[in-house]
Design a protein around this ligand. Structure first.
Ligand code: PMP
Length: 366
């Protein structure tokens, strides 16, 4: 036995994570789908004042039920559904990764399975691994959409405890139509269907949120995050909306006081500044659509995107192109099918630099 005596199934595995290169060396960071716009001085001042107020009581544990934050998140989500969202339908944790891990801790685990359709977010199988859940992987079509009949057959035959359906999907940007969500909720029986809307706010006009379907399906869970459109990745706040009974189940597995008083104060301050923080979403969407057009004009294959990133290919040697771009101060992500790269949508200046560096990198490598 080697030391330390790591669980057998974890031995030799690398921790998940994109390469972190210093912005001094690589100034254009387009690899982890962040919002490129930081908060204004007014917003920073409000966040700082809120943290200062929270600091006066840091000798005490925080509100374990984060009552105020749940109410504000529910009010925010209610914009996206005519049915509204009540505070008891909301649960939050340190990033939507933690929310989904808690979901599997409570509702999957040994003797149960979780399912998604590849290519998709590479953390999903890790939640399964870490909770002793059997992982079942379906496939997306060549255009990264789901063949609904095949997807339904797989869900019916596997009866997974949890189906993870990102919409838009990472790394492809593909959104799911509401009829797909409904069909899979029905096929899943008592299994949960988690629609991961981490990038939901970036969806194109006319694509409704799965939040609208909550009253029809008691097994539906919609997860969101403040890391992307909300421009708050550093604060670590993710959340979900679902049947209140489902939130109660998560309470059994959550660690006590998992959301710190500082996190709650920062998230509440950010929610007060939601208009500013979300204010760049329209610009980012327009920038994304222009990027898709430019890449297609250059002859690349490009996946349709409802997110703040774009997947493009096919490159004979994607690693060489990625490296040649890093050498020019631009980092994108090597992810998705072999031969494809994913680029996050940045500021107009960053996009100009991206285009120049991609063109030069491709010319250098081929
Ligand atoms: N879901 C998807 C599809 C993602 O791409 C990410 C982050 N890259 C997350 C969830 C988790 O984000 P966070 O933990 O920051 O909320």
């Amino acid at each position: 036995m080697t030391f330390p005596p790591l669980r057998e199934e974890l031995r030799g595995l690398e921790p998940y994570g994109a390469p972190q290169l210093s912005p001094e060396l690589v100034p254009v960071q387009l690899n982890v789908n962040e919002n490129p716009y930081g908060p204004s001085p007014e917003c920073v001042a409000d966040i700082a004042a809120s943290v200062a107020a929270a600091a006066t009581t840091l000798n005490r544990y925080p509100d374990r039920e984060f009552v105020e934050l749940r109410a504000e998140l529910a009010a925010y989500l209610s914009r996206d559904t005519p049915h509204g969202i009540a505070p008891e339908q909301v649960w939050a944790a340190n990033g939507s990764n933690e929310v989904m891990l808690q979901l599997l801790q409570a509702y999957a685990g040994p003797g149960r399975s979780a399912l998604s359709f590849a290519p998709t977010y590479s953390m999903y199988p890790e939640y399964a691994r870490d909770t002793g859940t059997r992982w079942v992987q379906g496939r997306r079509e060549d255009d990264f959409s789901l063949d609904l009949a095949r997807a339904r057959d797989l869900v019916e035959s596997e009866q997974p405890a949890v189906v993870l359906l990102p919409s838009p999907n990472n790394p492809t940007g593909t959104a799911l139509p509401p009829e797909a969500v409904s069909m899979l909720c029905e096929a899943a029986g008592d299994g949960l269907v988690v629609v991961d809307e981490a990038y939901g706010e970036f969806r194109r006009a006319g694509v409704p949120s799965a939040l609208e379907l909550l009253p029809e399906h008691r097994n539906l869970v919609v997860t969101r995050t403040m890391s992307k459109a909300f421009a708050l990745a550093g604060a670590r706040l993710g959340y979900l909306a679902a049947d209140p009974a489902l939130c109660d189940g998560i309470r059994v597995v959550r660690l006590p006081y998992h959301l710190s008083a500082v996190t709650q104060a920062v998230a509440l301050a950010a929610l007060r500044h939601r208009d500013e923080l979300l204010g760049k979403v329209d610009e980012l969407r327009a920038e994304r659509d222009a990027l898709v057009d430019w890449l297609r004009g250059e002859g690349f294959e490009v996946a349709d995107s409802d997110a703040n990133f774009v997947l493009f290919g096919e490159l004979a040697d994607r690693h060489a192109v990625w490296q040649a771009m890093v050498d020019r101060g631009v980092i994108v992500r090597e992810t998705g099918p072999e031969g494809w790269l994913r680029v996050s949508v940045g500021t107009p200046d960053e996009m100009k630099t991206f285009k120049v560096s991609l063109t030069a990198a491709v010319a250098e490598v081929t």
